[in-house]
Design a protein around this ligand. Structure first.
Ligand SMILES: [Zn+2]
Length: 143
C-alpha cells in the first residue's frame, strides 16, 4: 500500500536524481560544504550514541546516520536532536513504518521531539556557508 506523505512531516524516502546539469563553482562548493557538515554531524551523533544503534543497541550491525524529520529540511539536517544512530535494519524500519517509528521516538525522546517540532514549525533560514565557517572553526580549535 502506498503511503500518503502529503500531510506528513515525516521523511519521504529519497530517490536519487540523475545530475546531468553542469554546476557553477559556487554551487559545487556549497555542495562540498554540506558534505563537510554532514561528516562532522555524523561523527558527533555516532559519538553521542556510543557508536551503536539506539533502537537495538545490543546488535553489532553496522551503523548509519539517520534523521527523525527529513534532512532535506536544512534547518534540521545538522541538528543533533534530529539525528540518531541506527543500524541499516532499523533505518529501513524508520522509513517503512514511519508512524510506529515516530511513536517509538516520542516515547523515548519526548523532549527532543518537542524541540525539533518547534524548529520545524519556525523553519529558520540556514546559511550553509555561515554554518560551515562556524562549525569548521569550532572543530579545528578542538584539535
Ligand atoms: Zn538497529
Amino acid at each position: 500500500m502506498a503511503i500518503d506523505y502529503s500531510e506528513s512531516v515525516l521523511a519521504k524516502p529519497v530517490r536519487k536524481k540523475r545530475r546531468n546539469r553542469v554546476r557553477s563553482k559556487r554551487t559545487r562548493s556549497i555542495h562540498r560544504m554540506k558534505l563537510d557538515l554532514d561528516a562532522i554531524a555524523r561523527t558527533e551523533v555516532f559519538e553521542r550514541d556510543g557508536n551503536k544503534c539506539i533502537h537495538c543497541p545490543n546488535s553489532d550491525r553496522s551503523i548509519q546516520w539517520a534523521h527523525v524529520l527529513s534532512r532535506r529540511h536544512l534547518c534540521l539536517r545538522w541538528e543533533a536532536d534530529n539525528a540518531m544512530t541506527l543500524c541499516a535494519g532499523c533505518h529501513l524500519f524508520w522509513h517503512h513504518e514511519p508512524a510506529m517509528a515516530v511513536d517509538w521516538f516520542i516515547k523515548n525522546f519526548g523532549e527532543r521531539w518537542e524541540r525539533i517540532r518547534r524548529i520545524h514549525l519556525v523553519n529558520p533560514k540556514i546559511s550553509v556557508r555561515e554554518l560551515w565557517l562556524e562549525r569548521c572553526a569550532r572543530s579545528s580549535s578542538d584539535l
